[in-house]
Design a protein around this ligand. Structure first.
Ligand code: ZN
Length: 410
């Protein structure tokens, strides 16, 4: 006969109960957003740096672009916050929540709040903590002139050695696009080549340290602000034969100059008043090859909603959205790619553009499905003749055949 354990469940330390629940939910990364919205930005950009949710811990800079949540696959390390305002190794999940004021910043109260948010008996009545939006005053929105000069100098240093993609030395970049099935032509605009840029990565063991992983041929694209100034570079590190460089972060941006918000990379600029907008250099180029029309790309889906489009130059915008999986246990019932792309569609429509929204159809809800570059290459769309026929073909792969919103003529 098996006797039930004599240990009462009330003897189990609260921390153990909470950790078990957290494990059931798939780890802390799935739990943060049930308790607070302060880490949403870091969750959307997992492993990448975002503004520190604790600006008060920083000096004048306010921790802009200093904080990231670790996506490490080292057990027990996922969900750690790492920032220059913290000691080496960063802060664990519970410490982060306490710092955010969950449970009044008290350890036991904080654990009880997490328990309430996860426990099947209470989770439906639990209301998560909504923090007031951070108001950026004029003091914070102006970058220190010395910092601006330092960033400009770094961008200039890169710009000095850039060559156009048809330059003899740019063969690795041409091979990269060709290998992907989207060969280059002379329409490519603000995308250039650098023969060798250093790739620095965060140290695995000491978060504050950077490690040099090597020098690689690099595809360098320019972000231009609303008024056309170069405000940052996007870099794709590759190999001599046009493969992705053997590093974790193949794509990186530099520290942005003022005006980065709303900026985009001009992939192609042609006649006509239609602009195609998407995220990512390669996808943008694939879409230009299909349509033959002007194309701009944002850095990532989270920066899509702010992309500036000049009403004097364009009448219609076609937005090519990703179809990302729905994050488990998120309030938002839509993946990030389409959520932010739809935000852009809404904004541009109110600014007076005709808007077409193209999102790949038939992707699984729980996994990363095909994006438009995949569809274009895998379905052989570039082998079809005529941009009209190619676009119509892509519509057969779009949710609802593509959604059009037209301005009503007065
Ligand atoms: Zn910080």
């Amino acid at each position: 006969m098996i006797r039930k354990s004599e240990k009462s469940k009330f003897n189990e330390p609260l921390s153990e109960t909470v950790q078990k629940l957290v494990d059931q939910f798939g780890g802390w990364l799935n739990v943060f957003s049930r308790v607070t919205n302060s880490f949403d930005r870091a969750l959307v950009n997992l492993g990448k740096t975002v503004d520190c949710p604790f600006p008060h811990r920083h000096g004048n800079g306010g921790g802009k672009g200093k904080f990231r949540l670790s996506a490490s696959d080292v057990v027990g390390h996922e969900g750690r916050g790492i920032c220059t305002c913290m000691q080496d190794g960063g802060m664990g999940a519970v410490a982060l929540l306490m710092e955010d004021g969950v449970g009044g910043g008290q350890y036991a109260q904080c654990l009880l709040t997490v328990l309430r948010a996860l426990d099947p008996a209470t989770k439906d009545t639990h209301v998560r903590k909504e923090t007031a939006p951070v108001v950026v005053g004029p003091k914070n929105s102006v970058m220190d002139p010395q910092e601006v000069a330092r960033r400009k100098e770094r961008l200039d240093l890169i710009a000095r050695d850039l060559v156009s993609l048809d330059h003899p030395t740019a063969a690795p970049a041409r091979a990269y696009f060709k290998n992907r099935g989207i060969p280059l032509n002379s329409n490519i605009q603000d995308v250039k080549f650098h023969p060798g840029l250093k790739h620095w990565a965060d140290s695995e063991t000491e978060p504050e340290k950077k490690v040099l992983l090597g020098t690689f041929p690099t595809i360098v694209s320019a972000f231009r602000s609303k008024d056309g100034r170069v405000v940052n570079f996007h870099r794709i590190f590759i190999t001599a034969d046009g493969a992705k460089a053997p590093v974790k972060e193949v794509k990186k941006i530099c520290s942005p100059m003022p005006g980065f918000s709303g900026s985009a990379i001009t992939i192609a600029k042609t006649e006509g008043r239609v602009l195609h907008v998407t995220e990512g250099v390669e996808k943008g180029w694939a879409i230009h090859l299909v349509t033959g029309e002007s194309t701009k790309v944002a850095y990532s889906c989270t920066t899509l909603p702010t992309v500036h489009v000049d009403r004097a130059m364009y009448d219609s915008v076609v937005i090519w959205s990703d179809c990302d999986p729905v994050k488990p246990n998120r309030t938002r019932q839509s993946g990030d790619g389409q959520y932010f792309a739809w935000e852009l569609a809404r904004r541009l429509f109110t600014e007076g553009f005709d808007v077409t929204f193209m999102m790949p159809d038939g992707n699984p809800a729980n996994a990363k499905g095909r994006d438009w570059e995949d569809v274009i290459v895998q379905e052989g769309v570039l082998d079809l003749s005529g941009s009209y026929y190619r676009f119509q073909t892509l519509k057969t792969f779009a949710a609802k055949g593509g959604v059009h919103k037209r301005q009503i003529a007065a």
